[in-house]
Design a protein around this ligand. Structure first.
Ligand SMILES: [Zn+2]
Length: 316
């Protein structure tokens, strides 16, 4: 019996069920939901979140990991309401995404780690909702100086609280390898590290190398192929099939990186997003899983990716 913090309190990991490993309810910028709620249409976003996640629950989704941090406009009370009303468990995050506050740039890993630790052990904002995962992010160009402060802070908070880390990365430049080098330097158990957005590449050698080191790999951008042009969802799924066939099916997780409201620099409008992914949190269930089954992937192998691997990750 291991318990994991969700926004509605701790639950046993056996209750996680089908888990999408990297999602959001809303994505915005730090402070916007609290200070300018009209900008994210907060009430509408809550209703949309409840509607879409209730639908996802009906088709099998039990849990999502919402890796929205302060600088992505995390709104912990909004997430709590959406979880309560939709019935989907939501594990929320501490940590920092790509908009690293300038306040941290000349700080130290230990000072930032203390903030993360407080959100893991005591609570977020004025609630007692505790983070169940630590998010970090490094993108094109690799790990910057301030990015390194965040990685080391996450490593230290992870070690002192036994909390797993979810890394946003830029797979085409193999940034996951740089992140892992820093985690190794900090002596983090790589079995507690998830390298996400890994299906932005089809480089099997790179992906298997991450797993050979002990890290988990998140194929968590679906449908994909929107701004970058490649890989399309079918190619992403072929990569997943290849990794399973090579024996890596016990180190993989899956998700969409979806959100009902997206308010960051993006060419996408609501109409284009609906057209691009009319299934939102159910794209995997309605498209990827049938594709996997048609390709000879067994029910057991699918359950590893959706159920058993997230459970083991949170129990690590
Ligand atoms: Zn994301």
């Amino acid at each position: 019996m291991t318990s994991i913090q969700t926004v509605l309190g701790p639950i046993d990991t056996s209750k996680l069920g089908q888990t999408l490993s990297h999602e959001h309810v809303i994505v915005s910028s730090g402070g916007i939901p609290q200070i300018y709620p009209e900008f994210i249409k907060r009430d509408e976003s809550i209703n949309k979140g409840i509607a879409r996640l209730s639908e996802a629950k009906k088709e099998g989704v039990d849990t999502i990991v919402d890796v929205t941090t302060l600088d992505l406009g995390r709104d912990i009370k909004l997430i709590e309401t959406v979880s309560r009303e939709s019935g989907v468990n939501i594990i929320c995050a501490t940590g920092t995404w790509r908009d690293i506050p300038r306040a941290f740039w000349n700080s130290t890993p230990d000072a930032v780690a203390n903030l993360y630790k407080r959100e893991i052990t005591q609570g977020i904002e004025d609630t007692n909702i505790k983070a169940g995962i630590i998010k970090v992010a490094n993108d094109k160009g690799g790990v910057s100086r301030e990015g390194e402060i965040i990685l080391r802070a996450a490593a230290r908070a992870s070690k002192s609280t036994n909390t797993p880390i979810s890394a946003h990365t830029w797979a085409p430049e193999r940034v996951g390898e740089q992140q892992i080098r820093i985690f190794e330097d900090e002596k983090v158990d790589l079995n507690k590290v998830y390298i996400g957005h890994s299906n932005d590449t089809t480089d099997i050698f790179y992906l298997e190398g991450l797993m050979d080191k002990g890290a988990w790999v998140g194929l968590d951008r679906y449908p994909g192929g929107r701004e970058m042009g490649t890989p399309k969802w079918e190619e992403r799924t072929e990569t997943l099939i290849k990794l399973i066939s090579d024996g890596y099916g016990k180190k993989l997780m899956i998700g969409h990186d979806w959100s009902v409201t997206l308010n960051i620099a993006s060419n996408d409008t609501e109409t284009s997003r609906n057209k691009y992914n009319p299934d939102d949190y159910l794209f995997i269930h309605r498209n990827v899983i049938p594709y996997l089954k048609n390709s000879g992937i067994t029910q057991e192998q699918i359950e590893d990716i959706l159920i058993n691997n997230p459970k083991k990750f949170f129990e690590s």
